[in-house]
Design a protein around this ligand. Sequence first.
Ligand SMILES: Nc1ncnc2c1ncn2[C@@H]1O[C@H](COP(=O)(O)OP(=O)(O)OP(=O)(O)O)[C@@H](O)[C@H]1O
Ligand SMILES: [Mg+2]
Length: 275
Amino acid sequence: MSRSKDTTQVFGRTDKLEQKKIPMIEVTNLYKNFGKNDVLCGMSFKIFKGETACVIGGSGGGKSTLLKCIIGALKPSKGKIYIAGNEITRIKESNLNQVRKRFGVLFQSAALFNSMTVRDNIALPIRHHTDLPENTIEILVKSKLELVELKNIEEMYPAQLSGGMKKRVGLARAIALDPEIIFFDEPNAGLDPIVATTVDNLIIDLTKKLKITSLIVTHDMHSAFRISDKIIMLHQGKIAKVGTPDEFKKSNDPIVLQFISGGNKNEAGYRFNPT
Ligand SMILES: Nc1ncnc2c1ncn2[C@@H]1O[C@H](COP(=O)(O)OP(=O)(O)OP(=O)(O)O)[C@@H](O)[C@H]1O
Ligand SMILES: [Mg+2]
């Protein structure tokens, strides 16, 4: 099968609409292996300015690996990745730092530094990338905390926060530098369904309010259906389907159906309610 035919089949109707938009993240023919383990086996997709895209797929299927390649934390074996027009797989470390300023990251575990206060955790990227004075940083930290609906917790340490609060602080840190793009890895993992929905709502509010492009890796189909403009489904190292939540709900593709219905009972962390 030729690549162009393959792409048309995978991208479906959305492809024509997307031609007019500005690509913020562009992945072209991406491969990544760890020794004999071929994790990403040739995938291409685009995420456009202002879009919220979710990457879904089975556990161990390469979602986090894909995200790490995109943010420059892992080097792909083959292929190209552009972020806001910058080809980050070939970029020098100093230039990568400039591109990194334009995006925020919220990792799977929120990855807060336990030995630092909430203030210092949120201020970390600001101090790293700018020379702003401490009183300005203080104001920025407060305003980012307000955006995630938290206040007066600057002096607290991560161990003193609930799981949902940690995620919010992680989110505040991810938006500390007013990024154009945010990457999330499993923002809902480990949260009860009510808190998970609150975090989803925050992501929807923030990304729409601040017009941020976002790429979210998730196990959670319910969440993917709620927050995505576009869903990218990985299967066996390739893209099984890209489409809107509606296109996924209506899909008769056996791989999609199996993933959606299996999600209720199989792997820990899945939460799917088709209603
Ligand atoms: N640094 C690494 N070194 C070697 N193998 C790795 C490394 N990172 C990931 N892998 C392997 O790559 C595969 C994909 O892992 P990855 O973490 O990307 O999956 P995932 O889809 O994010 O899974 P989950 O949903 O459980 O988070 C796994 O087989 C894993 O063992
Ligand atoms: Mg993962």
